[in-house]
Structure formats: structure tokens, C-alpha cells
Design a protein around this ligand. Sequence first.
Ligand SMILES: [Zn+2]
Length: 150
Amino acid sequence: MAKAKRKISHSKALLQRQLPFNHEGQYFDLKAIFNKINQQYFSRTPLRGYTVTWGRRRRLAPKEYFVFGTIQEEDRIIRIHPRLDASFVPLWFLEYVLYHEMLHSVVPDEIDSGGRRKVHTEEFYRREQQFQHYRRARRWEDENLARFLR
Ligand SMILES: [Zn+2]
């Protein structure tokens, strides 16, 4: 099983091997934030065996939209955009980004009537709002998004 999986994503795996995971940024240590959020919000069903890492730095900022974080369930990898490792980013915003990605691992996806997979379900949004600084974080995102784009 594991072998087949590795074969399918061979080129990707090769690329990742050359770029080791790194949770320590210049301003934030993602592993410390992950552990704190895990303890604070997921103590009943803690996330285990996850790798949390800064994503690769790209030369150019994206133009249209910005992806703060991603979660790859098969490999249990949470990637956070390296542009968030900056002095102007509040810790509670980064915590929010981590919380959002971690929530994906506990809230199941749904299939809508058109057969499309929905990851941001009503249940997801309901639980997302349980984050302590939810409103503040969403406002900060709106007000600062332009700083991450070209
Ligand atoms: Zn999401």
C-alpha cells in the first residue's frame, strides 16, 4: 500500500526530499504553535504524527489570491506560506491559520448535490468560529491581504 502510494507521487517525493521540512522560521516556530493549538483546541482528539513546515519560498508573490496554509491528509503534512514568517504578522493570526488547517483533519468533507467535494462545510465554519481570536484574525486578513500579493 505504502509502496504504491510512493510510486504514484514519485516526482513530487523526489522534489520534497531535496527540500527538508522546516518548522523553525525567523520569527515563528510552527511546531510550537501547532502543539499549543493541539492542546488548547484538540485535546479530546489530538492530531498525531503531523509534520508542520514552512512552504518553499518563491521568488514572486502571487497576484490573485493567497493561500496561507494547506493540509495534505495522506501524508499528514501541514504547510504554511513562508511569507507569514514576518515581523508584521501577529502570533494570533498564525495560530488562526494553523487552527484552520488542523480543523480540516477533524471535520469531515461533504459531497454536495452536484457531486462536488465540499471542505468548508457549515460544521467547519461553526467550529472555526470557536477559535479565540476568530473575528480579529478575519479582520486582520482583510486588512492585510494586499501585503501578501503583488
Ligand atoms: Zn480550509
